[in-house]
Ligand binder design. Structure first.
Ligand code: AMP
Ligand code: MG
Length: 492
């Protein structure tokens, strides 16, 4: 475990042409305090997590100073926001401080909330405490669930005022990711006619993030690269849908080229199952509603394909783009089969999955709670407990008979020697603990009053989402009614 001076620093992004970034010094926040840290994230970069509250750490993590061999930069990119191209984007409030190599992997250290950059537009370059805590908790929770995501080393609070709807305090989050290159970087190079730059960027991304493509390329390596991005995006979105995650702002500048979950705004995990759920209250059309995410990812991939046109013929790209719906569907049904404890993935499995989701929608069942308890449905008390939660008992009974028959047909009937194995399988894919909006909100309210313990405890619980952790049972309860209708401010 190393301290800041001992880490192995590299600078690969800076080797790219300078039109992709601007060097910018961070602007420090006052009186920095450590709110929460992730030991698991520190381990990724080889950093000793125990040093995070020391003086040097607080200075570099609040933007007050940098190490002598760091050259912080803001990245330039563009992107489609809510369907419209915006040429003026870039890191408006975050800086790539440096990159660290640890055990053959290179990690970006990106300080979000570090002050103004040439791409800040009307913004102040700052991030507030509540949105920093939300991003920290969610990125680390996603990783624990096995969903590809950017990571977060820690959150720093400060006494510097930041003005949103009301005065708040400025905070930072140290985001850790294998890259911060987004679909929007490719749009910037392509739609501004910089074809050489586009090729250089693609070659850089392939070399660092898709190196196996260099070993066995077919007709066109950029086609193969696009196929890999399509594959990974399909897998990622299938996981979002399976875990009930609504991102909320799937603009192309928030799509990571390596397909991590990226940029956490008004996101939410579903409480009651409502496929049309919209977590982003400024999304009046529901463009980024929960059930729109698979199609929106497809739309975003089409934008990426368009950006790659100077390097790959259209006829080569179209079949790749068209492979997405099937790849998504396969991955999605695979995950849902596992959630239901099914052994086979066939048409009748798809039918029982569809029936289950329809029943959950009619009955307004809590998404995470239902799936977690489903593994115990062979027990009468669990079955009655779930049945009693339903708005439409008849729909539940009809579904239960179909599910029971399906398991029997698969040769693993309920109330048999197969229960034990099925419970184990299902509990390893259906989390007990999820970052519900109301849990995040309670922890944030305490942090805003100077008590960081609830954030730390919530982070600890979400680190082992599939484990029973009986002492934290309260965190796995159904949400209170006020918690289901919380409106999360989109200003961050
Ligand atoms: P987001 O919605 O967080 O993905 O942000 C969209 C764009 O706005 C990005 O280019 C951000 O860097 C920029 N941005 C968001 N908030 C601020 C802020 N407070 N100050 C400057 N730029 C910002
Ligand atoms: Mg963004």
């Amino acid at each position: 475990m190393k301290n800041w001076l001992e880490l192995d620093y590299v600078q690969t992004f800076q080797s790219l042409p300078s039109s992709l970034f601007s060097f910018v010094q961070p602007q420090g926040l006052s009186e920095p305090k450590l709110v929460v840290k992730s030991d698991a994230c520190a381990k990724l970069i080889g950093l000793d997590p125990n040093i995070l509250s020391d003086d040097t750490s607080l200075k570099v993590l609040s933007g007050q100073s940098i190490l002598s061999n760091w050259k912080p930069l803001a990245m330039k990119y563009t992107g489609h926001q809510f369907g419209y191209y915006n040429p003026d984007l870039g890191d408006g409030r975050g800086l790539l401080l440096t990159q660290v190599q640890h055990q053959q992997t290179i990690w970006d250290l990106h300080l979000k909330g570090a002050g103004m950059t040439p791409y800040s537009r009307q913004g102040d370059g700052r991030a507030v405490l509540r949105s920093s805590i939300r991003e920290f908790l969610c990125s680390e929770a996603m990783a624990a669930l096995g969903i590809p995501s950017t990571r977060a080393l820690c959150v720093i609070d400060s006494s510097s005022p930041v003005y949103r709807e009301t005065p708040e305090t400025g905070a930072t989050i140290l985001r850790v990711a294998k890259t911060h290159i987004r679909f929007g970087h490719f749009e910037y190079c392509s739609f501004t006619g910089q074809t050489d730059l586009l090729k250089t960027l693609c070659d850089h991304v392939i070399k660092h993030h898709f190196p196996t493509l260099l070993l066995n390329t077919t007709v066109n390596i950029y086609r193969d690269f696009f196929q890999e991005v399509v594959n990974r995006t399909a897998q990622l979105i299938a996981k979002w849908q399976a875990f009930g995650f609504n991102h909320g702002v799937m603009n192309t500048d928030n799509m990571s080229i390596i397909c991590d979950t990226f940029d956490f705004g008004p996101f939410a995990f579903l409480d009651d199952y409502d496929p049309k759920f919209i977590c982003n209250h400024s999304d009046h059309q529901g463009r980024y509603a929960f059930n729109q995410q698979p199609d929106i990812a497809n739309w975003n991939l089409a934008v990426l394909a368009q950006a790659l046109l100077p390097l790959v013929e259209k006829d080569l790209l179209i079949p790749v783009l068209e492979s997405y719906p099937k790849l998504f569907e396969q991955a999605y049904y695979d995950l849902l089969s596992q959630k239901l404890g099914l052994l086979n993935q066939d048409e009748s499995a798809q039918s029982i999955i569809g029936h289950t989701l329809e029943m959950m929608k009619i009955c307004k069942l809590d998404y995470t709670y239902f799936f977690r308890h489903l593994s115990q449905i062979h027990k009468d008390d669990t079955k009655h407990m779930l049945r009693n939660l339903c708005l439409d008992i008849a729909a539940f009974d009809k579904w239960f008979n179909a599910y029971e028959s399906h398991l029997s047909l698969e040769g693993q009937p309920l109330n048999s020697e197969y229960d034990h194995k099925r419970v184990q399988r299902m509990n390893s894919v259906n989390p007990k603990y999820i970052l519900r909006n109301y849990l995040a909100q309670e922890a944030i309210t305490a942090a805003q009053q100077g008590n960081y313990q609830p954030v730390q405890t919530l982070h600890q619980v979400l680190n082992k989402p599939f484990d029973e952790q009986m002492e934290f049972d309260d965190y796995a309860k159904l949400p209170p009614d006020w918690g289901k209708t919380l409106e999360i401010s989109c200003s961050s």
